[in-house]
Unconditional design. Structure first.
Length: 262
C-alpha cells in the first residue's frame, strides 16, 4: 500500500475517534468512567500521526536508495532526505500542485513517481527542462547545442562489484558532479515500447536526441551505463515530481556517508 495513503487513513481514523469521543462518547460516560482501549489508543496516537503526516507531506520525506543508478553520488543503502516543498506545495496522496514555487533546475537530484508505474519512486538527475534539446551522442552530453563540460578523473572502484569504472566530472548548470561510464556498453538502447511524446526523440547507433515537451523533464542516472532513465522510458511529467534530494543521513554499510551531496 502507498505509505502516504496509509498515513492518511490512520489520521482520518484516529482523528475521527478523537472527535467522536469529544462530542459524543465523553458525554455518555460517568465522570470517573474509563475510556475504552480503542479510544485511548486513538487519542494518544492522533497527534503523533498528524505531525508525521504534515512533516512527510509538506516538508521533508526520507527515502532509501535501492539501486546503483546514481553511483557515485548516491550508493545502494543510502538513506536520504527529500525536500517536499522546494518545487511547490502539493496535495498529499493525489500529488496535485496547490502552490507553485520554484521549478526543477538542470543538475538537481530529483525524486519522482515512475511514469510507467506511479506506485514506484525513482531518483535521477535533471538534465533537460521543458523545451530543451538534449543530445547524448557517443556518451557525450549536449544541451541546446552546447557540449556539457566533462573531464576524466581517477577511476572509481565499486566495493559491491569489485571492479573499476571510468569516472568523470560533469558540469551542469555551473555545478560539478561525478558520473561513471562503461566504455564497453552501447551508446544507445532503443526503448522496449513507445512512451508519451516518443516522437520527440530520435535514436541511432551513436545515441539519441530528444526535445523535452512542455511540463516534462529529461532525467539521467549518474551511473550512465547502468541506469534506466529518460533514454529508455521517456520524460517525467511535472505532476509526478515528489521533491529534491539534498542530504544523506545514514548508510549502515558506510557510516561516514553523512552530509549533503551535489
Amino acid at each position: 500500500m502507498n505509505f502516504a495513503l496509509f498515513l492518511l487513513i490512520l489520521l482520518v481514523v484516529t482523528g475521527g475517534v478523537w472527535l467522536l469521543d469529544k462530542f459524543v462518547l465523553r458525554r455518555s460516560r460517568a465522570n470517573d468512567g474509563k475510556q475504552p482501549w480503542w479510544v485511548e489508543y486513538s487519542i494518544s496516537f492522533f497527534p503523533v500521526i498528524l505531525i508525521v503526516f504534515l512533516l512527510r507531506s509538506f516538508l521533508v520525506e526520507p527515502f532509501k536508495i535501492p539501486s546503483s543508478s546514481m553511483v557515485p553520488t548516491l550508493l545502494v543503502g543510502d538513506f536520504i532526505l527529500v525536500n517536499k516543498y522546494v518545487y511547490g506545495i502539493r496535495l498529499p496522496v493525489a500529488n496535485r500542485k496547490l502552490v507553485a514555487l520554484a521549478s526543477p533546475e538542470r543538475g538537481d537530484v530529483m525524486v519522482f513517481r515512475f511514469p510507467e508505474d506511479p506506485s514506484l519512486d525513482y531518483i535521477k538527475r535533471v538534465i533537460g527542462l521543458p523545451g530543451d534539446r538534449v543530445e547524448y551522442r557517443n556518451k557525450r552530453l549536449s544541451i541546446n547545442g552546447a557540449a556539457v563540460p566533462l573531464r576524466q578523473v581517477d577511476d572509481y572502484l565499486s566495493k559491491e562489484r569489485m571492479q573499476f569504472s571510468r569516472r568523470y566530472v560533469e558540469t551542469v548548470n555551473g555545478t560539478d558532479h561525478e558520473i561513471l561510464l562503461d566504455e564497453d556498453a552501447p551508446a544507445s538502447v532503443m526503448p522496449a515500447r513507445a512512451f508519451p511524446f516518443a516522437g520527440n526523440c530520435n535514436y541511432n547507433n551513436s545515441g539519441l536526441a530528444c526535445t523535452v515537451p512542455p511540463g516534462h523533464y529529461f532525467v539521467m542516472g549518474d551511473n550512465r551505463d547502468n541506469s534506466s532513465d529518460s533514454r529508455v522510458w521517456g520524460f517525467v511529467p511535472d505532476e509526478n515530481i515528489v521533491g529534491k534530494a539534498f542530504f544523506i543521513w545514514l548508510n549502515l554499510n558506510e557510516l561516514g556517508r553523512f552530509g549533503s551531496f551535489r
